[in-house]
Write a protein that binds this ligand. Structure first.
Ligand SMILES: [Zn+2]
Length: 298
C-alpha cells in the first residue's frame, strides 16, 4: 500500500505491507507551482513511488491512498477546495489512478486521522464517534452507526461552527468561528495581540498560563470555553458515544481534558454525554489512515 500526505510545505509518503507494517517512509518538500499545481503534485508522487520501488524491489504495491487538506469529496475523489494548496475541483482520485496505474483513494487530512483512530486507535470501541483534530486549525471526522460520514465533502467543519456571532472575522468570511478563538493559530495570535509577545505555538501559551501569566490563562480559558461549546452542539445533534481529540494541542493532556470535560458536563443536560479522550496514534496517523483507505479498494 502506498500512502501520501500532501500539505502546504511538505509531503510525507510511506510504503506499507499488507499487514499494516510501515516498510518505507519519506518526508519531502511539496512542489510549489501556481500554474499547474495538480500536475506538479502528481509528478512528485510518481517520483516518490519510483524511489520506493528502487528501495523495496520485492514489494509490489496494490493500491494508493492520497490525502490533502481542504474540502474533499471522498466518494467522488475530488478536491473541492484547498486554500493552502491553491486548487479547486481537482479529480485527484482519477489522476492518481492514471499516474500510478493502481486503484486509489483520495481523502482529507482530518478524515485520514479519523479513519486511523476509528479502525486502530482510541475511537475503535465506538460506532458513533467524532474525531476532532485540534491543531493549527480545528477539523473533525464523523462516524455514524459505524460508517464514515463526509456530507459530500463538507461534514466535519467544526472549526467554522459559530461560537460567538459578534466575534472576530474568520478566514472563511464569517464571524466568531471556533477557529478564531480555539485553534492553535488563534491561541498564538490572541496572546500576541494582548501582550505584544511573539510565541511559537499554543504549547508556549499554555506553558505561560501554567506559570501564572494571566493573559495566557485568559486566552487558554477562552479556547476551552469555545471548544466545549462547539462539542456540546455536536453532542446535541448527533449524540456521539465519544469525542476523540487528536493534534498538537491535544498533547496538553490533563490540562486540556480535565477542564474540557468539566465545561462540557456543565453545558449538557438530558443529552448522551460523550466520553472525551485523547487520540493514541501520533503524527503518522495520517499515513495510516491513507493506507487504510487504500486497502479498502483492493
Ligand atoms: Zn470560519
Amino acid at each position: 500500500m502506498l500512502a501520501f500526505d500532501a500539505r502546504h510545505g511538505s509531503t510525507k509518503a510511506a510504503l506499507f505491507d499488507n499487514s499494516g507494517q510501515m516498510l518505507g517512509f519519506s518526508h519531502t518538500s511539496t512542489p510549489v507551482c501556481d500554474v499547474t499545481p495538480a500536475e506538479s503534485l502528481m509528478l512528485h508522487i510518481e517520483d516518490l513511488t519510483t524511489q520506493f520501488a528502487r528501495d523495496f524491489p520485492k514489494v509490489t504495491p496494490t493500491a494508493a491512498g492520497l490525502i490533502a487538506p481542504g474540502i474533499v469529496d471522498d466518494h467522488a475523489g475530488i478536491a473541492i477546495l484547498s486554500a493552502s494548496l491553491r486548487w479547486a475541483n481537482v479529480p485527484y482520485k482519477r489522476l492518481t489512478e492514471d499516474r500510478l496505474r493502481l486503484p486509489s483513494t483520495f481523502s482529507n487530512t482530518a478524515r485520514a486521522i479519523g479513519e486511523a483512530e476509528f479502525r486502530l486507535g482510541a475511537a475503535r470501541p465506538y460506532k458513533n464517534v467524532v474525531v476532532v483534530r485540534f491543531g493549527t486549525r480545528i477539523t473533525a471526522s464523523l462516524f455514524i452507526d459505524g460508517k464514515a460520514h463526509d456530507g459530500g465533502g463538507f461534514a466535519g467543519g467544526i472549526g467554522h461552527s459559530i461560537v460567538d456571532a459578534q466575534g472576530e472575522k474568520c478566514l472563511c468570511g464569517s464571524h466568531g468561528c471556533l477557529d478564531t478563538v480555539a485553534s492553535g493559530g488563534a491561541i498564538v495570535r490572541r496572546y500576541a495581540n494582548l501582550t505584544g509577545d511573539a510565541v511559537t505555538g499554543a504549547e508556549d501559551v499554555l506553558e505561560r498560563a501554567r506559570n501564572g501569566d494571566t493573559a495566557a490563562e485568559g486566552v487558554w480559558n477562552d479556547a476551552l470555553e469555545a471548544l466545549a461549546l462547539a462539542i456540546s452542539q455536536v453532542a446535541a445533534v448527533i449524540a456521539p458515544e465519544a469525542i476523540v481529540i487528536a493534534g498538537g494541542v491535544a498533547r496538553a493532556g490533563d490540562e486540556l481534558f480535565v477542564p474540557l470535560r468539566r465545561r462540557l458536563d456543565d453545558l449538557l443536560s438530558f443529552h448522551r454525554r460523550p466520553t472525551v479522550l485523547p487520540a493514541i496514534l501520533g503524527p503518522d496517523s495520517t499515513l495510516l489512515g491513507a493506507a487504510l483507505r487504500a486497502r479498502s479498494v483492493v
